[in-house]
Design a protein around this ligand. Structure first.
Ligand SMILES: [Zn+2]
Length: 437
């Protein structure tokens, strides 16, 4: 038997203490990392790093430094705000007040619980809006990346809100129903339903959802098509189609990706990528992406997501039955007395508290996940070098770094913690072909 706790330290106050401490510790850690990044990039702004001399102009290097610093500074503000919002919802009583107001209005039942989730999503979205507007129309605009008009921005917002309601409300209702009706092992059922929903979304997204926001056209450049098809055959990869997406409608940042799985698998190039890269470079970038498939990174990431969410649901199943989980996070749980008027289930509250509290703990896993991801990037690069040209991959990466104004001199500690892709110097140093002008 563990020693009995001091009388004042109830499970509820202990929960509050641990939660508040980790929330503030996480904020302090991230603020410290961001200020390191800002200082480091500013210190190296004056000169292009030796490894890139002659390949990157001083002007491009300084633009990348300024962009990185501006983003990181804005990030400081966003982090502080996000922490305040989490505190506001939990310990300061925001979620409790919302729940009580909706109980008084709608009584306790499925409608009230759905209203609670929807109201939470709407309020959170509204709080995020000013930061989003600033980021798009000030920050990205200032560095020449934004291509969005306010009209398109508004149309996107309306569409995604509507889509969120059409997709989100039924799955939320299913979750709440399982929580109430599936017995002690509801979390296992809910996990199964959630995973099924995610797999379905992977099939539905490229074919039905993405086209609501962008135009997808079959790749028409015949010589590039021949090259890309030959590469995919060489690598034993079958895709349903090669598409070009009008990414330039929103942003000048370039990208390429695979989407869907099984029969719905397709390769999507941003038009911005095709404009910036020569055909050989496009082939090398695609070979890198194929490397992720060949090394089963996608499947492993999916399996990891399955495992993590199973653990999450099991934890939620356990926590949702403890009173201190609610009171410790600033919420008065509803009374649950079958047949008694005014009684209401706590499932919606439990879901929201879990969503709010989980990141406070998982932030400390960031460096571990980033490290795994960086290892995968090195493996995909090695695969690309074997299947395509290493020199093309190097010059493609360099162009992408430059066109996206990614800094070549990140703070090493910051990069270790966050970077899902290795910093440019480490990445290019591993490519066997030396960079030549
Ligand atoms: Zn990659």
């Amino acid at each position: 038997m563990p020693p009995s706790p001091a009388p004042l330290l109830t499970p509820s106050t202990l929960t509050t203490l641990v939660f508040a401490t980790l929330l503030l510790a996480g904020l302090a850690l991230r603020l410290w990392l961001a200020s390191r990044q800002i200082r480091h990039v500013a210190r190296h702004r004056g000169a292009v790093p030796a490894a890139f001399a002659g390949r990157i102009t001083l002007a491009a290097h300084q633009k990348a430094a300024d962009y990185t610093i501006a983003k990181a500074r804005f990030g400081l503000l966003e982090m502080a705000l996000a922490t305040a919002v989490v505190l506001g919802w939990t310990l300061l009583g925001g979620l409790d007040a919302l729940n009580q107001a909706l109980l008084a209005w709608l009584g306790g039942g499925m409608v009230q619980q759905l209203a609670l989730l929807a109201a939470f999503a709407l309020v959170s979205g509204a709080i995020d809006l000013p930061a989003q507007l600033y980021q798009t129309f000030r920050l990205e605009q200032r560095f020449g990346f934004n291509q969005m008009t306010p009209r398109l921005w508004l149309a996107d917002l309306l569409k995604s809100t509507l889509l969120g309601a059409v997709i989100g409300l039924p799955i939320a209702a299913l979750m709440l129903w399982l929580m109430g009706a599936a017995g002690r092992l509801w979390w296992l059922w809910a996990w199964g339903a959630w995973m099924g929903f995610n797999l379905l979304l992977m099939v539905v997204f490229p074919v039905f959802i993405a086209p609501l926001f962008n135009k997808f056209q079959p790749l028409e450049d015949e010589s590039l098509k021949a090259r890309v098809t030959a590469l995919m055959q060489r690598c034993g990869f079958a895709a349903k189609g090669l598409f070009v997406m009008d990414g330039s409608r929103r942003s000048a940042h370039a990208n390429a990706y695979f989407t869907g799985f099984g029969a719905a698998k397709r390769v999507v190039f941003y038009d911005t990528l095709l404009k910036q890269l020569a055909p050989g470079e496009v082939e090398a970038v695609l070979a890198h992406e194929l490397g992720h498939f060949r090394h089963k990174h996608i499947a492993r990431r999916l399996a990891g997501m399955f495992a993590i969410s199973l653990a999450g649901f099991a934890l939620l199943g356990w926590l949702s039955a403890r009173g201190w989980f609610y009171t410790g996070l600033g919420v008065q749980p509803n009374l649950m007395l079958p047949g008694v008027p005014g009684s209401a289930p706590n499932d919606g509250l439990a879901l929201l508290l879990f969503l709010l509290a989980a990141p406070v703990f998982t932030v400390f896993l960031t460096p571990l996940l980033a490290r795994i991801s960086r290892r995968h990037e090195f493996q995909a690069d090695a695969y690309a070098v074997a299947q395509a040209s290493g020199a093309d991959l190097a010059s493609a990466l360099l162009k992408l770094y430059q066109d996206n104004a990614s800094t070549l001199t990140p703070d090493p500690v910051y990069a270790r913690f966050y970077y899902s892709h290795p910093p440019a110097t480490e990445r290019l140093a591993r490519l066997p072909v030396a960079m030549q002008p």
